[in-house]
Design a protein around this ligand. Structure first.
Ligand code: DX5
Ligand code: ZN
Length: 226
């Protein structure tokens, strides 16, 4: 298995939205990426934040933005996030009929391109598309809400993706999202994930920066021992 230093991406979905700039600064020195969950009340029932918030936050932190679009019609909206300076823009396979074309658009706009696979979607049809992507986000819950319980069975998709990525020598991060915490991150890392989104486990902690460091340490150890 390829060993790359793990990425930890706190999700601001679990932060205090009335103090977003402070919440971002609280993890600035500890996090690798900042995970921004965009939900449109159509692709998922929940509604969160959109482009104006991303544009405003871009000015207050150096952290790369890992934008997770849980929206319909990503072809229309996703490039705007790349234009706003997002480092990585991830859209859902279930919401897009031509993922490779959109990945090209995102890369042309200067961002990394990410493909997300929700809980009830099989990974196999998408493995062949991975050379067009920089990140693959495998949901370890059903997309839509923070604070849900991690579903360990979904790590089978991470294992399948890891086998495919290593066999093809692809340069692609395998990211997991949902229920990642101190008691679940090691199994996700051992399954082959190398990027970890954590909302509740970071912003629910007394010291969010310390929580990020602890999660990264657990992921590193799990891979070293695998
Ligand atoms: C949910 C979002 C997640 C969410 C994870 O659909 O994609 O990024 O913030 O929250 P936790 O870590 O609390 O499960
Ligand atoms: Zn997310």
């Amino acid at each position: 298995m390829t060993v790359t230093p793990p990425i930890v991406a706190p999700s601001i979905l679990a932060a205090d939205f009335a103090h977003l700039a402070d919440e971002v600064r609280a993890v600035e020195d500890a996090a690798d990426w900042l995970h921004v969950d965009v939900m449109d009340n159509h692709f998922v029932p929940n509604l969160t934040i959109g482009l104006p918030v991303v544009q405003s936050l871009r000015a207050v932190t150096r952290l790369p933005f890992d934008v997770h679009l849980m929206i319909d019609d990503p072809r229309r909206w996703a490039p705007g996030y790349a234009d706003a300076g997002a480092y990585n823009v991830t859209f859902h396979a279930e919401a897009c009929d031509n993922p490779v074309a959109l990945a090209k658009d995102l890369r042309a706009a200067g961002a990394k391109a990410g493909l997300a696979i929700d809980r009830d979607t099989a990974i196999e049809p998408y493995l062949e598309l991975l050379p067009s992507f920089d990140t693959l986000l495998i949901m370890t819950i059903k997309a839509g809400f923070g604070g849900q319980r991690f579903v360990p069975e979904l790590l089978e998709k991470v294992r399948a993706a890891r086998r495919h990525v290593d066999a093809g020598h692809l340069e692609l991060r395998i990211e997991v999202d949902g229920g990642i915490a101190a008691d679940t991150i090691e199994q996700a890392a051992a399954a082959g994930a190398d990027a970890f989104v954590a909302g509740t486990a970071v912003y629910g902690a007394d010291d969010p920066a310390e929580a990020v460091r602890r999660l990264r340490g657990l992921a590193e150890r799990a891979v070293a021992g695998a």
